[in-house]
Design a protein around this ligand. Structure first.
Ligand code: SAM
Ligand code: SF4
Length: 349
């Protein structure tokens, strides 16, 4: 393990100058001042989305211009550097990643990073277009999907997303037929779907699909968030405990606390608000415009687009290492900070 930025740089220099593929995964050189190694990178492919989720999208979104968004060539170059530095899992997100033309070819191309240490290519999607993409994504080498589904009642779904439920359910079936492992993500919001916890769990349990509840975070641009709208982990457990035998499993780097239901089914709860998991955070995020964020709650990112040129690779690496090293302790450290301009659909959830 490296402890200083100089050690990280020296290790980095030797690994980047090695022409042999890195087959035995070394420690990640993406390490912060609190000794947290970064292994996971989330890339927002676009800020655009066809949904208007109440907890995410501004009322009047202003989309980025095409030229402001990183090209796939730039993204590939960035991903290669990040994998050489220690990232082993890449998740494509947005906005809605399936709205970015060329996403399937990009996944094909990312596969060449597997010899450098990449072990998993994932995507988070609202699944609206998934029925048409599922087979292609599987062939391209996508390892798994997280699908957002906040309700299985058409009227609640429409109320929360402003889109019909049926295409999403068709997308889920298509992913299952294509043999892509899926998890369902569900954000609970008081007054919208908080009464549907049990039916969501029962449905996922019957179908043996992994479900994860996400506590509503203050990341929506119009600032609709309020503490009383958050359905917290303990409330979810109170709802479920009369119906299931529940056992909390030991935590790892996964942001979710995983509960074993009736000794057979795993339910995750991502409790960013009530029980932050910052001390084990191993994620980094890149926005569609090329800003590296070390935390969802950070006010600013590090712009790296200008450094995505072969002759500036050392500067790029330096910027990345510095940004990671100075990552703050976590969510708590940002609580008093001013509210920033960037929202969840821009940073990439
Ligand atoms: N459009 C895709 C989707 O919805 O799956 C990918 C992008 S979306 C920003 C990624 C994830 O962030 C989704 O699971 C969504 O539910 C979650 N999310 C968005 N806004 C959130 C918020 N304010 N609090 C908690 N989770 C949020
Ligand atoms: Fe779009 Fe995903 Fe945000 Fe919903 S959560 S508005 S689907 S980016």
């Amino acid at each position: 393990m490296v402890h200083t930025i100089e050690e990280a740089q020296s290790q980095l220099h030797s690994s980047l100058t090695q022409s042999q593929p890195v087959l035995n995964l070394p420690d990640s050189q993406l390490i912060d001042q609190f000794q947290r190694q970064k292994r996971k990178l989330r890339i927002s492919l676009t800020d655009r989305c066809n949904f208007k989720c109440s907890y995410c999208m501004p009322d009047h979104p202003e989309w980025l211009a095409k030229h402001d968004i990183l090209s796939f060539e730039e993204l590939e170059q960035f991903c290669e550097v990040m994998v050489k530095l220690g990232i082993n899992q890449i998740r494509l997100t947005g906005g809605e990643p399936l709205m970015r033309k060329g996403v399937v070819s990009f996944i094909y191309r990312l596969n060449r990073l597997r010899v450098l240490g990449l072990t998993r290519i994932s995507m988070t999607t609202n699944a609206y277009y998934l029925e048409h993409y599922a087979d292609e994504l599987k062939k391209a080498g996508l390892d798994d999907l997280n699908i957002s589904l906040d309700s299985i009642r058409p009227e609640t779904f429409l109320d929360m997303t402003k889109k019909p439920l049926a295409p999403v359910l068709a997308g889920i079936s298509a992913a299952q037929k294509a043999n892509i492992p899926i998890k369902i993500n569900c954000v609970l919001v008081q007054g919208q779907n908080d009464q549907q916890v049990l039916e969501l769990v029962q449905c996922a349990y019957q179908q043996q699909i992994e479900l994860r509840f996400i506590e509503y975070m203050p990341l929506d641009q119009p600032q609709h968030w309020a503490r009383e709208k958050v359905v917290i982990e303990d409330e979810i457990i109170d709802i479920l405990s009369p119906h299931f035998q529940l056992e909390a499993l030991p935590r790892n780097h996964d942001p979710a606390t995983v509960y074993l239901l009736n000794q057979s089914y795993k339910l995750g709860i991502i409790s960013t608000i009530s029980k932050p998991f910052c001390q084990t955070c191993d994620r980094l995020r890149l926005t569609a415009t090329g800003e590296l964020f070390t935390c969802l709650f950070a006010n600013t990112g590090t712009p790296i687009r200008a450094l995505l040129k072969p002759e500036r690779q050392q500067d790029l690496i330096q910027q990345i290492l510095d940004a990671v090293w100075y990552k703050k302790a976590g969510y708590i450290a940002y609580q008093a900070a001013p509210i920033r301009k960037i929202s969840m659909h821009s940073i990439g959830g």
